[in-house]
Design a protein around this ligand. Sequence first.
Ligand code: ADP
Ligand code: MG
Length: 400
Amino acid sequence: MTAHGAADPATERPHGAQHTAAEFAAVYGAAPTGTWAAPGRVNLIGEHTDYNDGFVMPLALPHTTLAAASARTDGVLRLHSGGADGGIVELRIDALRPEPDPQAGWAAYPAGVVWAMREAGLPVGGADLHYDSTVPTGAGLSSSAALEVVTALALNGLYALGQEPQQLARLAQRAENAFVGVPCGIMDQTAAACCTAGHALFLDTRALTRRQIPFDLAGEGLRLLVVDTRVKHELGDGAYAERRAGCERGARALGVRALRDVPYAHLPEALAGLADDPVTQALVRHIVTENHRVEEVVALLDAGRTRAIGPLLTTGHASLRDDFKISCRELDLAVDTANAAGALGARMTGGGFGGSAIVLVEEADAPAVGAAVTEAFAAAGHAAPRIFEAVPSAGAHRVE
Ligand code: ADP
Ligand code: MG
């Protein structure tokens, strides 16, 4: 499980509250007031549904971003990360302006959180922050949400803002949308803020109602493997906005507020109504079937039939590959190889065009399935994937 004060199992790097606090002291010359953690996530099912007001089901990873922090009285924000080059970034909080510029650098994420809090009228002041993370960046595991949410939680603590986890997630999303300029939905930030150990989080992204679904993989003799393909195809950024615009086009054509409002039972009529626009038709088919798959997975988990969700993961992958068209050959290879080697099911997870896949597998089969994927990548001439276990872990919390 997560190791505050131990080595990260994936990287063997020291990682923990004490280590992060010591680094903070080395950077800023004094001990921090506190240290907070927020996790990366994988999404079990419900992909690209969050900006369609739909259903998602993420779980938090044991990999965390830690923030050691102290308040400052002079309105200055100083940011430093062990995972980023370039030393301390120093900003004045009253000079923060939304800057939808992907080149703004990593500091835009935490600076955006301060900006969003001030925009919301919260009495947040300056701070010194130092980050140390074991969440792989750009791997579809949402290191950006971990960075935002840990910042929001630290400031919430330092300034006694009294915000609930879901409110912090909202502020973090606002930072990413309006300040960093990434039009993401609410899933990633909610996962980082609200997940609990041993559970997957069933989230209705319209009502923002949440249900913690017990997901005791180890107790059932199962494993959920993450295959980080280590690739990120350039296509990704523009394609996300394009898919999102396509979904909005579909909702308009069907006369609904969001694709969430197309019931699964009405899918045939909806598709017939989009017959002259096959691109939009395929996007709508993915979203409507994907929302239905989330509900089916919830029903199966409620019935204690965890193994039976495997085929739904694989069907979801096919939908993302064929209808939403956001997979890539590395993700397809990971999924197909895992399934051929005896996995119960597998799918890409996250935004697509690279990043990670998840594989549900019997505990006894996990080593062979992992080895088969590694061999297939070597045989295809791809760089070795990074394979690790997704143990459903805690959401954001104070560690010291
Ligand atoms: P993902 O969220 O899937 O990991 P993104 O592209 O959304 O991928 O976010 C990755 C970016 O977030 C990095 O390029 C970096 O700018 C920033 N980031 C995430 N974690 C850290 C960290 N610990 N330190 C500095 N920057 C980070
Ligand atoms: Mg991200």
